[in-house]
Design a protein around this ligand. Sequence first.
Ligand SMILES: Nc1nc(C(F)(F)F)ncc1COP(=O)(O)OP(=O)(O)O
Ligand SMILES: [Mg+2]
Length: 213
Amino acid sequence: MTSCTKQVLAKQLRLYFVCGTTDASDLVTTVKTALRCGVTCFQFREKGKDALYGDEKEAMARTLQHECREAKVPFIINDDVELALAIDADGIHVGQDDLPAKQVRERLGPDKWLGVSVHTMEEVSAALPFADYVGIGPIHETRSKLDAGIVRGTELIQQVRRHYPLLPIVGIGGIRPDHVPAIIDDGADGVAVISAIASAPDVAEATRRFACL
Ligand SMILES: Nc1nc(C(F)(F)F)ncc1COP(=O)(O)OP(=O)(O)O
Ligand SMILES: [Mg+2]
C-alpha cells in the first residue's frame, strides 16, 4: 500500500462504528442512523450467544453492506473471511485468535482492507506485511468484548506511532467522546466505538458527539 493510500485509509478510520445484532436492538436502524450522522467506517461484528449465523447472518451483512455503499462508507466484516469473500465486502478485521493475517491476505488479495488487532510490538511487526491498519485496545474498560484483556490506555498506540509513523492505527475499547482528543493526540488516526453509539438512547446525538471532534 502506498503512503498516499495509507493516508486516505487513515482518514476513513476516524470514526469507526463496530456493531452486531447483540449490541443494538434494531441493528439496521442503528447503523443507518450512525451512517447518516458521521460514521466514517463500519464493521459488522456478529458475536455472542444469540448472534446470527448462516443465511441469516449473510442476509444481514448484505443489508448493512447496501446501507454502507449508499453512504459511501467502507463495510468491514469481523472474523468471518468466507462471508467477507462471499459478499465482496470492502475488507475484514481479524484478531490474534482468528485466521493468521498472512492467510487472510492470501485469500483476500491486495485490494481489500485487512485490519489486525495487536497487543504487543511483536504482534505489530508480524502484522505489518499484511495489514492495512491495526486495532489497539482496550483503551478503557469495555462491556462489548468479554475477553478484551487488560485495559492499556494509549501506551501501545504511542509506541507504535513512534516506530511506524505512517501505519494507520485505530483505538478501541470503552471509548466515549471525551476520550477522543487524547487518543488522537497520542497517535491514533481514529477511534472504534461500539456501545457509546449502539447503546445510546439517541443514536444520532451520540454519533454526532463523536463526529464533531
Ligand atoms: N473487532 C475489532 N475491531 C477493531 C477495530 F479495528 F475496529 F478497532 N479492533 C479490535 C477488534 C477486536 O478484534 P478481535 O481481537 O478479533 O476480537 P473480536 O473478534 O471479539 O472483535
Ligand atoms: Mg476476532
